[in-house]
Design a protein around this ligand. Sequence first.
Ligand code: TMP
Length: 211
Amino acid sequence: MKRRAKFITIEGLEGSGKSSVINFLEKLIKAKGFSVIVFREPGSTDVGEKIRQILLDKENKRLSRHTELLLYLAARTQLIEEKLKHAFKKYDFIICDRFFDSTLVYQGYALGLGAIVEKSVKMFSLGITPDLTIVLDVSARSGLKRIKNKDRIESRPIDFHNKLKKGYLALSKRYPSRIKVIDAETNLTEIYKRTEKVLRNKFKKINANSK
Ligand code: TMP
């Protein structure tokens, strides 16, 4: 597939502040004169949003680990085929709130599905890998404190969330040139400053005043 867009994904624990950073990034990229579109995972398509409801609904207590994995993968392929492929040709940048690293960490590492996740993630990302992944690093406890009404995944025991943190840090060591970890326990101004630095280091064209 021909790619014009640079693909940025934002990852992190629950309550790590992804939305604010995504907002900031979107504005920054636009201010530089580049076109950008934002997606979220799971979601951003009609089918994906329906799948998201199933996945996050606390009533679905009996959803099995494998079903959960398949639903995340299904939402992803739908997004890729319905929107991402087109967006790669049309925009300068694509920002996605979570992508396959979430599956590697949540289902692969924290839910213990390991090898099957590695294989299926590869298969159903249809050859798409982010150019840059920013992991917003917070402790499980401080992230969860920021959330009022917890969904099915957020309601899991603290051990699960501690594993997520470990999983993301391990992943960032495995792919150091793609995955950049930002300490998100500090104030927003500092987090934005670090985010901008990561962006400038990765994409030299962002350094120019305008397109
Ligand atoms: P969020 O986008 O609001 O953070 O919610 C998505 C939830 O789904 C969040 O708890 C992380 C979880 N998730 C997975 O467990 N696996 C995945 O592959 C993705 C994309 C998200």
